[in-house]
Every structure is written in structure tokens, then in C-alpha cells.
Design a protein. Structure first.
Length: 168
């Protein structure tokens, strides 16, 4: 039996930064807020994840990537648990993750857990900033973008289309 030095929870989180989101590879699953908790249960490292939305097709790949990355770092037994409640919210995304989205050309979600746009004209929701030129003169083209968690917008100023990571 090979003895492995004890690993801290902080170290596991650092290693999990190496696991990219399969749909947005510039984001780690930690910065996306998918990793909810890390704990040890005896010799097992338990990683709790929450999908960005119910039925997210990337969860199987994320689970396998977590096991592979931690295994590469010498963590013997890894258990990945999925928790659906409370539901994931864009508020769990880190500031580093929001900046990475913008640098990648995707507008980061507004920081609110409840999207009130469409309820009334008085509550139109926040203006979405163009990740290319910074203008807030943008228009929704489609509520459905390249993935289920994104919407398609167009900037009136620079006339470029861009994805917006929807607020959940």
C-alpha cells in the first residue's frame, strides 16, 4: 500500500481549477460555481457539484474530469456527488470567472438571482455590456444562444453579436 501525504481542502480546490467547463473552456468548474463543496469522508475525497441547469449534458464529463485531475495528483478515492437543491445560480460564479467570460467574448451574467426582465416595462432588467467594446447599448436577438445557458445579443455601437451568460 502506498502512503499518500494528507491533502488539504484548499489544495483540492486549487487542483479543481484545472478542470475546465466543457462548454466554456476558459472557465474552471470552480470559477463557474459548479463545485459546491469539498470534504473528506475517511480516505475518500468527496466533491459536491451542482449543474448549471437540470439536465446539463456536461455533468458526466465534468465528473470524469474531476476524478482524472484529482487522480493525477495522487488522490486515491474520489467520490463526486451531484446536488440539485438549491439550484445553481450565476451568483455562485467567481469574479475571476466573470472576467474570463468577458475576455472570451461572452457577457457575464448580471449579479441578481432572479431575472425580472419581461415582468413589466418598468423592470426591464439590467443593461447588458458588450464584452468587445463595453457599450451598454445592446439588444437581445434571441433568448437561445449557442448553449442552453446563453442568450444571443447584438451591440448597437460596434454591431457585433455576442453571447450573454443568462442569469439563473
Amino acid at each position: 500500500m502506498n502512503a499518500v501525504a494528507p491533502v488539504s481542502i484548499e489544495q483540492v480546490y486549487a487542483w479543481l481549477q484545472e478542470v475546465p467547463d466543457p462548454e466554456i473552456p476558459v472557465l474552471s468548474v470552480v470559477d463557474l460555481g459548479v463545485v459546491r463543496d469539498v470534504a473528506f469522508d475517511g480516505d475518500a475525497c468527496v466533491v459536491v457539484i451542482t449543474p448549471t441547469y437540470s439536465g446539463c449534458p456536461a455533468m458526466r464529463e465534468i465528473t470524469e474530469d474531476i476524478r482524472q485531475v484529482l487522480g493525477r495528483h495522487g488522490v486515491g478515492e474520489v467520490r463526486v456527488e451531484t446536488r440539485l437543491s438549491p439550484a445553481w445560480t450565476t451568483d455562485w460564479m467567481s469574479e475571476k470567472g466573470r472576467a474570463a467570460l468577458k475576455d472570451y467574448g461572452i457577457a457575464a451574467p448580471a449579479q441578481q438571482a432572479i431575472d425580472i426582465s419581461g415582468i413589466s416595462r418598468r423592470n426591464a432588467g439590467p443593461a447588458i455590456e458588450c464584452p468587445r467594446c463595453g457599450s451598454r447599448d445592446t439588444r437581445l436577438v434571441s433568448n437561445f444562444g449557442s448553449t442552453s445557458c446563453k442568450a444571443l445579443y447584438r451591440c448597437v455601437s460596434c454591431r457585433e453579436p455576442f453571447d450573454y451568460f443568462k442569469t439563473h
